[in-house]
Design a protein around this ligand. Structure first.
Ligand code: OMP
Length: 282
């Protein structure tokens, strides 16, 4: 299969192999707009996003716009998000929309239509979703993603210290909630080659995860490198044998080098090289 009907997992595997697995976040924090000498308004947002796309969309596998920073500006911010998604995809990057959606099934279907329907203005290659209304509540998103060659990243073991109170909670069967989400994803991706389209979010900050079965036959989006303290060198220790399926995300660690396009590119290239070396050493 070719084009957008080819499953996300296959497209992602190819992009990771060709470009390396780095995912750069487009996170236009107000503080970064200020550091870049931009105004905290729609014009500043547009300049910021355009610059990031121009700098890295032609060289990294994945760009991950964080929707909240665009929604902050209302409909005009969302219009810029639409443009960023389109331009990043045109430049050859896959786009993971970081909107962390999650709701009861019927409403989840509408969220899925917003990001995973090919005719939607915000159609993205994949979407981050929260399974904490129950993994089954995500079913409409799973089904629409499958039909459209898109993917999901399900929050399983998040990078923030507060996540443990939910994700480490132990169920009656002795398995914790995060591990349960990983097991659902492994079932979703069973038999898919070269890689399933349903990934987990697993923080790079979490230390040794050897008690978890990370072999979900899908990508593992790993935020936490850079500003949250993890480094590329941590990846083999944290992810063990699953490190080859890890998509490490760096947002502020790259973005703080802007607004100069060359400096942003150089920062992304440095992370990409450190990640390549770390994965190769595993
Ligand atoms: O889903 C995510 O991307 C995500 C999950 C998670 O567990 N932790 C986490 O930091 N993120 C996102 O990853 C990005 C991390 O940004 P930096 O800390 O600046 O690299 C932000 O956009 C977060 O919203």
């Amino acid at each position: 299969m070719t084009g957008t009907t080819e499953p996300f997992g296959a497209r992602l595997r190819r992009a990771m192999d060709e470009r390396g697995p780095l995912c750069v976040g487009i996170d236009p924090h107000a503080s970064l707009l200020a550091e870049w000498g931009l105004s905290d308004d729609v014009a500043g947002l547009e300049r910021f996003s355009r610059t990031v796309v121009e700098a890295v969309a032609g060289r990294v596998a994945v760009l991950k716009p964080q929707s909240a920073f665009f929604e902050r500006f209302g409909s005009r911010g969302v219009a810029i998000l639409e443009t960023s998604v389109r331009e990043a995809r045109e430049a050859g990057a896959l786009v993971v929309m970081d909107a962390k959606r999650g709701d009861i099934g019927s409403t989840m279907a509408a969220y899925a239509e917003s990001f995973l329907h090919r005719d939607a203005p915000l159609f993205s290659d994949a979407l981050t979703v929260s399974p904490y209304l129950g993994y089954g509540s995500l079913k409409p998103a799973v089904e629409l993603a499958r039909r459209n060659g898109a993917g999901l990243f399900v929050l399983a073991l998040t990078s923030n210290p507060e996540g443990g109170e939910v994700q480490h909670a132990v169920r009656a069967d002795g398995r914790n909630v995060g591990a349960t989400m990983l097991a659902h994803l492994a079932a979703e991706n069973a038999g898919e080659e070269p890689l399933g389209s349903f990934g987990a979010v697993v923080g790079a900050t979490l230390g040794d995860l050897s008690s978890y079965d990370l072999a979900v036959n899908g990508p593992l989006l790993a935020p936490g490198i850079g500003a949250q303290g993890a480094t590329p060198a941590d990846l083999p220790r944290v992810f063990g044998g699953a490190v080859g399926n890890v998509v490490p995300n760096v947002s502020r660690g790259v973005l703080r080098h802007g607004p100069d396009v060359t400096a942003l590119r150089a920062a992304a290239d440095r992370f990409a090289e450190e990640i390549r070396a770390a994965v190769a050493s595993a």
